[in-house]
Design a binder for this molecule. Structure first.
Ligand code: BMA
Length: 305
């Protein structure tokens, strides 16, 4: 299989050692452009096992990361008492704000919560917008036909498929329906799937980098695939890769707190390239890049694994 993504030689970019307090792990980063820099929202698990989301900034997106002294999103509300996990950031020009979708974890299970920020110094919580079990949410950057759109991943019918919901106000979500199905049985994305990076708008449609899980005898393997949604009608998936386009291969992806995991939560576009930030083995923050035109060609021309 042709390699679409190229791992950055500086991987892993960040680990628990880069967090200014004692941390167990640093992984699953959301990514966005902010103030001329690349900003990541890194999931940091503490010594108790509870996660918070920390801001890390870098001018070139690779080196000299500056991690804030305290997390941006940490458990405050009862619905997130077991952690704020796996953020996805979307810049929303209409609001002049960034909306963060994250997994709010509590004894109730994982739920989808939203928060908004102008400066990544303070956040306004919008609360739980989709009740448990639900996660892997990401907002589209602008309304379509007057409605906001949110990718999400409820557990329904015994498994996790990717769904899309719409809202007039970011608070009340409805018209929820299945968008992409876990393909079942032996498929690389057979056990369950979920959104990865925030949806990327391209002239060819909305490009999704999603994770797919195959349940092996030894445990799950998390890989990455591509899907393309119609630009004007994202409820219509127009293409999807048959096989994965990125999979755990290196020692830092193969071994860690959870082995055999690559888990993207954010991407930025740079000079015709997609910079995919991902968590490796639930233990570190990594970067892999691909040419956007090659990703579009790959998703439009599914090839055998
Ligand atoms: C998923 C999420 C991710 C995690 C992955 C692999 O269910 O909880 O945060 O990276 O499992 O452990």
């Amino acid at each position: 299989m042709t390699e679409l993504f190229h791992r950055h030689p500086a991987n892993p970019l960040l680990t628990a050692a880069d967090i200014p307090v004692h941390a167990a792990s640093a992984f699953n980063p959301a990514a966005t452009d902010f103030d001329g820099e690349i900003l990541l929202l890194v999931r940091v698990e503490d010594g108790r096992g509870i996660s918070a989301l920390w801001v890390a900034r870098s001018g070139d997106g690779v080196t000299d990361w500056r991690v804030d002294a305290r997390p941006l999103l940490f458990p405050v509300e009862p619905y997130e008492e077991w952690g704020c996990e796996d953020g996805r950031i979307t810049y929303v020009p209409e609001l002049g704000e960034w909306v963060i979708a994250y997994t709010a974890y509590s004894y109730l299970g994982p739920a989808v919560a939203l928060a908004r920020t102008r400066d990544f110094r303070s956040v306004e919580r919008l609360g739980i917008v989709l009740s448990p079990d639900n996660k892997d949410a990401a907002l589209f950057p602008h309304r379509i036909d007057g409605q906001w759109l949110l990718l999400h991943r409820p557990v329904a019918g015994g498994t996790g498929h990717m769904w899309l919901a719409s809202s007039p106000d970011l608070l009340h979500w409805g018209r929820s329906n299945v968008l992409l199905r876990a393909r079942g049985e032996v498929w690389w994305d057979g056990a369950r799937i979920g959104g990865g990076a925030q949806p990327l708008e391209t002239p060819d449609g909305w490009l999704l980098l999603y994770h797919g899980v195959k349940q092996m005898v030894s445990g799950p393997v998390y890989r990455v695939g591509l899907a393309l949604l119609d630009r004007d009608d994202p409820w219509r998936a127009v293409a999807r890769t048959d096989g994965w386009v990125f999979a755990p291969e290196t020692p830092y992806e193969r071994a860690g707190d959870v082995p055999n995991v690559v888990f993207p939560c954010g991407a930025v576009l740079r000079d015709g390239e997609v910079w995919m930030y991902y968590g490796a083995a639930d233990s570190s923050v990594c970067l892999a890049t691909a040419r956007l035109d090659e990703l579009i060609a790959a998703v439009k021309r599914p090839s055998p694994v």
